[in-house]
Ligand binder design. Structure first.
Ligand SMILES: [Zn+2]
Length: 419
């Protein structure tokens, strides 16, 4: 039997050759591929390699490895035929024998693994899946806008406790690379301020990271290649700016039309601010920008600007389908790979039209997630955490959906003028 095991323990690596830009920090990929006779020796070597040693390379940005949890991924085979589920075994373990440890349910792969009915959206975006040539596999799962986490949103593992599950990654990622390029590198990578605790201003505000080395798997292109239909969806989405509904009451339809109109207008204002900043070459007089994206940086602005322009343009011209069938206690969610369907959930209907965490702002948040718009992620939820993210890790802030939302909502109001 061939066995491939990657054990990442804490895994905060910050190597010179790894771009920090994604906010995802990875090791160089120690992978065990060997005969049974070799396994034990190689596994030992794997588990001790670079983990703690590499932590010394964490040289700033306020990112700390999450030390109490060990997350292990493994596959029972090195190659998956087109018809085989890409089954990955996950173990999440509290490696402290005396103290309990907590992990945010939302980024715990085993939290969502049990739901095979798809009656609720499942977020598996913390897996990083790409070919060895660097092509990222299209993510098919959901990204969810939630309220800030509270203690209820954490799984507590007792001292030494572990939980295990199996994830079929082909449900969440599109494996369609041709056979010449179907060697994939699959890792788990999360950087968040809310990994172990709800963010508290007076508490521990360190950004934490939990990431594994890469599993190296050969995955044959799936038979039911959905890329064609996705491409068709993109085309349809880009043609006209219609607004359609699924399972929405008449009252909800009215609210959504208004929210889209306002989101379109406010995102246009946001873009004009960003355009001004790029002309000025500084943000000295744009407190609005600095609060959510931190001081001026040419490289970051060159990411923020086209992304925000796309958000604004698609709110104007895309065919958006609003789906009101969700009864979860979220604001909303989308599948970033499936523009432009936006699912609205219970919290959304109680939100105001304008201001912080409003209906208008939620649509900007969700639109920013679509891969064909800004392709943002959810590094931090809530104003307090996002403000802190801007200061501690502005690179993640320009890729964070709530930061886009708060910049547009601009509540309380901050100026952005050259004078
Ligand atoms: Zn989101």
């Amino acid at each position: 039997m061939k066995l491939i095991v990657v054990s990442s323990i804490l895994t905060l690596f910050r190597t010179a050759d790894v771009a920090y830009g994604s906010g995802i920090i990875r090791g160089s990929g120690s992978v065990l591929i060997g005969s049974d006779a070799d396994d034990a020796a190689m596994e030992r070597k794997l588990e001790v390699s670079n983990l703690f040693a590499d932590n010394s390379r964490n040289n700033g940005q306020g990112v700390q490895p999450k030390r109490d949890i060990t997350l292990t991924m493994s596959a029972s085979q090195a190659e998956f035929a087109a018809a085989e589920p890409v089954a990955i075994s996950i173990t999440v373990k509290n490696n402290d024998s005396a103290t309990s440890a907590r992990i945010l349910n939302w980024i715990n792969p085993c939290n969502g693994a049990g739901d095979t009915t798809l009656s609720t959206p499942v977020d598996m975006s913390f897996f990083d899946v790409k070919t060895s040539g660097g092509q990222r596999a299209l993510y098919l799962g959901a990204l969810i806008k939630r309220k800030e986490p509270t203690d209820k949103d954490y799984k507590t593992l007792k001292a030494g406790e572990q939980i295990s599950c199996t994830i079929n990654l082909d449900k969440y990622f599109q494996f369609t690379a041709p056979s010449s390029e179907d060697e994939y590198e699959i890792s788990y990578a999360v950087t968040s301020m809310q990994l172990s605790d709800p963010f508290k201003m007076q508490g521990n505000s360190a950004v934490e990271s939990l990431a594994t080395d890469a599993l190296n798997l050969k995955i044959n292109a799936r038979v039911n290649n959905p890329s064609r239909s996705l491409r068709d969806q993109y085309m349809r989405g880009l043609q006209t700016g219609s607004t359609t509904f699924n399972k929405c009451t008449t009252a909800q339809q009215g609210l959504l039309r208004e929210a889209r109109k306002q989101a379109s207008a406010e995102s246009t204002h946001a873009v004009s601010n960003i355009t001004s900043i790029s002309l000025w070459g500084n943000t000295t007089n744009c407190a609005r920008h600095n609060k959510w994206f931190d001081p001026y940086d040419t490289n970051r602005l060159s990411e923020l600007k086209p992304g925000y322009e796309a958000v604004s343009a698609r709110l104007n011209d895309a065919s958006i389908l609003f789906d009101c069938g969700c009864k979860q206690n979220y604001y909303a969610y989308v599948y970033p790979s499936k523009p432009y369907r936006i699912y609205l959930c219970n919290v959304f209907w109680g939100a105001p039209m304008f201001g912080t965490d409003s209906k208008m702002g939620t649509l900007i948040h969700e639109m920013s997630h679509f891969t064909v718009a800004a392709g943002t992620d959810d590094y931090a939820y809530g104003q307090t955490a996002c403000q802190s993210l801007a200061a501690s890790n502005p690179q993640n802030a320009v890729n964070n959906a709530d930061s886009h939302e708060y910049f547009a909502e601009n509540t309380p109001k901050l100026n952005c003028t050259p004078y």
